[in-house]
Design a protein around this ligand. Structure first.
Ligand SMILES: [Zn+2]
Length: 151
């Protein structure tokens, strides 16, 4: 018996108009015998001024909680209600913005890399031309020297 009451203490309860976590009561009316309901935790029959008139059947509250969970589950599956579509679009847009920023950064990095690679390529080309020119000059010089000697 004490176990079942502690589970009710731990379970989510609605907040009453005094912004307090509701207490659970059991209806004794003929229409709803033994039906449990949430009410103001300050609820007592002696002093009616101390509590608000918040009222929620326990089963209706559980049903509303369950539908909240179902809504969250539906959101995960992409089956969203119209009111949530806008939020989803905003999330999508900020997601895209982030992706574009990353892409832009990557393009910048690639540009920089290709530029430095091009510079390296040009430098290599120039070194080759310079070496070829020196070799050619040496050959020409040697030939010129030989022709001069044999003249
Ligand atoms: Zn209250």
């Amino acid at each position: 018996m004490s176990g079942s009451s502690s589970t009710h203490e731990n379970m989510a309860a609605p907040i009453c108009n005094c912004e307090e976590k509701c207490a659970i009561f059991t209806s004794k009316t003929a229409k709803n015998p033994n039906r449990r309901f949430f009410g103001c935790p300050y609820f007592n029959f002696e002093d009616k001024m101390l509590y608000c008139d918040y009222f929620m059947w326990e089963d209706e509250f559980i049903a509303s909680q369950t539908s909240m969970v179902e809504l969250k589950e539906a959101k995960k599956e992409g089956d969203v209600m119209n009111s949530d579509v806008e939020v989803k679009i905003n999330q999508f847009e900020s997601d895209m913005e982030h992706k574009i920023n990353v892409l832009e950064r990557d393009v910048q990095v690639m540009k920089f890399q290709s530029e430095s690679q091009m510079k390296r390529g040009i430098w290599k080309k120039y070194v080759g031309i310079v070496v070829l020119l020196i070799v050619a000059l040496v050959i020409v010089f040697c030939i010129w020297k030989h022709t001069k000697l044999f003249k």
